[in-house]
Design a protein around this ligand. Structure first.
Ligand SMILES: [Zn+2]
Length: 67
């Protein structure tokens, strides 16, 4: 797991204001621009081109809960 202290240091690279990111399953989510950054091998990939829409992450998670 990511350390909460590390998480506090991370900021959205797409937003000028550098808002803090929220852990959302296997993603770090920026609720300002609604991007979700994947975490691969416990390393957050904070690249705008790797980000997926927040809606996509939420639908993935609701599918998991259905099983
Ligand atoms: Zn953002």
């Amino acid at each position: 797991m990511l350390h909460p202290e590390l998480l506090a240091l991370l900021a959205c690279p797409a937003c000028e204001e550098r808002p803090p990111l929220e852990l959302h399953g296997a993603y770090l989510v920026c609720f300002q621009c609604r991007r979700a950054y994947p975490i691969r091998d416990e390393i957050p990939v904070l690249l705008v081109e790797e980000a997926v829409p927040l809606e996509q992450v939420q639908s993935e998670q609701s599918q998991e809960q259905g099983g």
